[in-house]
Design a binder for this molecule. Structure first.
Ligand code: PLZ
Length: 423
């Protein structure tokens, strides 16, 4: 097997520079909470391939389902010759997403594609143009989803012009809000919508119930319900982007449940596929079915191997009660992270979606340099962690929900040492 160094040299001559990686080692295998490179070095996995391998890498049931489906057929295209597993995944999405109302679902390949389709459906169903999004939001890298995403570097820089009729309003970000409550922060956002966009023009309000790439921002209590109430009153579609928060990650099947909101549409991806690319839009039947036959689709959407993997991943989440596992991870990690956090730095998140925001001693000015140094020290010491945030100053933790508590403890001690070294 070629060494990581050899592959890395070939990579620079073959792979576009715009596609980057966190580590320079090349993976040989991964399972449970570990990733191993071709040299045999091992990392504890606090990244899960960006919140994807919720059930662990190569989870046994997922592997078996993929193998069995690959032997039956690999692809027919659901728009040409349909198959049962696509229907079964939609049934699972309908059963698991919040809201007891009648629903429909559609399957696509990636998170960005799910968000694009949710916006298409909302615009089609309402006949309205405007889409409201929030500061710090991340929704993808396609042209429409770049427009929906807040951060310029690296996502949008020189990639415009962007799609029109996107309006950005202030998010509830307790650390940076000067003490606004959730309802007050919602009023601030709603005032911008009312004055600058106008309720009757709004097709959709699109929000991550806990922001992902934007910094694991948990809005103040009451923010999401107030935004949901405004959307309902304005007959605008509330779209919850649960691509990073969904499928047990935050201790419930969906993060919307923490505040009892029932979005009209929910976008899902990442964890639902057990490592295979599959995504969905699920929501109110009247909205979903407003679209004419043939109006939604794509060659690979709901590919049979990805559907088999998704059904096996969802079974695994249910059987192993991975929502409870996520709450257990929170219980072990939160106190440890609070003990590790330097004065003024904030620890936040829910379930196995936790973060540490690094600020200067003033308790506010972002410390991106320290965040990068801590992440690098973790990688060198054998722990895969990621950073995020508009200011690049948030260290985030996304372990697979099947990780052992011993591995969690080992990972946390690596973080503790890295933070200790970093000042
Ligand atoms: N919506 C909330 O978190 C993907 C992106 C990493 P795709 N987040 C990881 C990167 O730098 O590209 C994400 C998300 C939320 C949408 C998406 C987009 O999902 O499957 O990457 O298209």
């Amino acid at each position: 097997m070629p060494s990581s160094g050899e592959v890395h040299k070939r990579r620079t001559a073959a792979v576009a520079r715009g596609v980057s990686s966190v580590i320079t080692s090349y993976v040989d295998s991964a399972a449970g909470g570990h990733v191993r490179d071709v040299e045999g070095r091992e990392w504890i996995d606090f990244a899960s391939g960006i919140a994807v391998t919720t059930v662990g890498n190569s989870a046994p049931r997922v592997v078996e389902a993929i193998r069995a489906q690959a032997e039956r057929f690999t692809h027919t295209c659901f728009m040409v010759a349909p198959y049962e597993s696509y229907v079964a995944v939609c049934e699972q999405l309908i059963a698991l997403t919040p809201g007891a109302f009648e629903k429909r679902a559609a399957l696509v390949n990636s998170g960005a594609e799910a968000v694009e389709n949710a916006v298409k459906i909302a615009r089609h169903a309402t006949g309205r143009p405007a889409v409201v999004v929030f500061d710090h939001a991340y929704h993808g890298r396609t042209n429409l989803t770049m427009a929906l995403t807040a951060k310029n570097m690296p996502y949008k820089h020189r990639f415009g012009p962007f799609a029109p009729e996107i309006y950005r309003v202030p998010m509830s970000y307790p650390l940076r809000d000067g003490g606004l409550t959730g309802p007050e922060a919602a009023m601030r956002a709603i005032d911008v919508i009312d004055k600058q966009v106008g309720g009757p023009n709004v097709a959709a309000v699109l929000i991550e119930p806990i922001q992902g790439e934007g910094g694991f921002v948990v809005p103040a209590p009451g923010f999401l319900p107030a935004i949901a109430a405004w959307a309902r009153a304005a007959s605008a579609v509330l779209i919850a982007d649960e691509i990073q928060t969904g499928f047990c990650r935050t201790g419930h099947w969906f993060a919307s449940e923490h505040e009892g909101i029932e979005p009209d549409l929910v976008t899902t991806a990442k964890g639902m596929g057990g490592g295979l690319p599959i995504a969905g839009v699920t929501g109110r039947a009247d909205l979903m079915d407003a679209v004419h036959p043939g109006g939604l689709g794509g060659t690979y959407g709901g590919n049979p191997i990805a559907c088999a993997a998704a059904l096996a991943a969802i079974d695994t989440m249910r059987d192993l009660d991975l929502c409870a596992a996520a709450r257990g991870i929170e219980q072990q990690m939160l106190p440890a992270l609070r003990a590790i956090a330097p004065p003024g730095c904030e620890v936040r998140g829910r379930g196995a979606m936790l973060a540490l925001e690094f600020v200067q001693p003033d308790g506010r000015t972002p410390d991106a340099a320290r965040t990068a140094a801590v992440a690098r020290a973790c990688h060198e010491a054998g722990l895969l962690v990621l950073t995020c945030g508009t200011y690049g100053n948030v260290l985030r933790f996304l372990p697979p929900l099947v990780i052992s508590s011993a591995d969690l403890a080992r990972g946390l001690s690596i973080v503790a040492a890295a933070v200790e070294q970093s000042h």
